[in-house]
Write a protein that binds this ligand. Structure first.
Ligand SMILES: Nc1ncnc2c1ncn2[C@@H]1O[C@H](COP(=O)(O)OP(=O)(O)OP(=O)(O)O)[C@@H](O)[C@H]1O
Ligand SMILES: [Mg+2]
Length: 339
């Protein structure tokens, strides 16, 4: 059974102008040990895909119109909020973009980590090495020990003393390490990281990527790594899903997709990279604009910007078809040429 399976996920978002079809049939399967880069231009639905798995998209204004999200076979769209609270942290760990919004400035680092460990330990005492029914005091002590061990594990020097610090006493890179510790404290199987290194300078970013890489190997995690940066994908990810206007347009092993992209959008993205290439690969804008998601075109959503579009591309949406070993593309033209 796959760790995560997103099947034909459609998310509509109510807005002043009408209902926007922001996710339009997302299909994605993640196994443990796989690190999936989710890339695409701003507004293409990367964050909403990650937030949907954590069920953190407010409904309303959002509405799941169709599809399933299966975590180890359990349909998350049918789960109660109580069940989701139990899964967040313990099956799904999350790291978001901006460290300053995730740590509370008025509580010590150690207290915040201990609280997360306590939450996880109450649901699953074995996580803290305790038997069911352990006393509150025992839970608290074990939670603090576990928090300290995690802080050491993510490479904070002198961790015992640093537990007493407040977030502002930590650098941006160290705060990001704390957030990674927090996400992993409940030993999740799936990690969702939304632009976790975007706010960091390049050398700190490299350290954090290495840390994530090592932790993923060590804990055999599956990862959704959301980023604008194809260089980061090339460095860290095993697989990549390229999104455009609420669709996955190309997906597969990172080597296949980045070395032999077949979707015209993926090709354009790679061509738009600066000459230094993948090493510095922030996405640049492409010519043209994304179609309205409120009245989306019937056919391929990329057709209006595509240099290879044919009349058939305006008629219907292309399915995600196999073009190689686990390499799939949603493009009539590319699929025909690969056949
Ligand atoms: N709360 C909301 N209400 C209305 N529309 C929203 C809301 N959140 C997201 N959207 C819309 O849904 C679409 C997808 O948004 P999402 O945040 O997933 O994009 P993204 O790919 O993560 O972009 P970025 O790279 O800028 O982070 C966008 O068009 C956005 O405007
Ligand atoms: Mg986003």
């Amino acid at each position: 059974m796959p760790l995560l399976e997103i099947r034909d996920l459609h998310l509509h978002m109510r807005s002043f102008d009408g209902e926007a079809h922001v996710l339009n049939g997302i299909n994605l399967t993640v196994e443990r040990g796989e690190i999936w880069g989710i890339v695409g231009e701003t507004g293409c639905g990367k964050s909403l895909t990650g937030l949907s798995v954590s069920r953190l998209v407010p409904t309303p204004p959002a509405r799941y119109a169709r599809g399933e999200i299966l975590l180890e076979g359990e349909n998350l769209l049918a789960a109660t909020e109580a069940r989701m609270r139990a899964l967040r942290g313990r099956r799904i760990g999350m790291i978001f973009q901006d460290p300053t919004t995730n740590l509370n400035p008025v509580f010590r680092i150690g207290e915040q980590l201990t609280d997360v460990a306590l939450h996880a330990g109450r649901g699953e005492p074995a996580l803290l090495g305790l038997a069911p029914g352990a006393s509150g005091g025992a839970l608290r002590r074990a939670a603090r020990e576990h928090a300290l061990a995690m802080l050491e594990h993510v490479g904070i020097p002198n961790a015992a003393a640093r537990m007493e610090d407040y977030p502002h006493q930590f650098s941006g890179g160290m705060r990001q390490r704390v957030l990674i510790a927090m996400a992993l404290i409940g030993r999740p199987h799936l990690l969702i990281a939304d632009e976790p290194t975007t706010a960091l300078d390049v050398s700190v970013q490299a350290q954090i990527l290495r840390l994530i890489h090592d932790l993923v190997r060590e804990h055999n995690l599956g990862v959704l790594f959301i980023t604008h940066n194809l260089g980061v994908v090339a460095q860290l990810c095993t697989h990549v899903a390229v999104m455009y206007a609420g669709n996955v347009v190309e997906a597969g092993p990172v080597r296949a997709v980045l070395k032999s992209p077949v979707h015209p959008y993926t090709r354009a993205l790679l061509e738009a990279l600066p000459r230094a290439g993948l090493a510095r690969g922030a996405l640049r804008g492409l010519a043209g604009t994304v179609p309205s998601l409120i009245a989306p075109p019937r056919g391929c959503r990329f057709a209006s910007r595509c240099t290879r579009a044919e009349p058939a591309c305006q008629e219907g949406a292309p399915p995600l078809d196999a073009v190689g070993e686990a390499h799939r593309v949603a493009c009539f033209v590319a699929a025909r040429e690969a056949a």
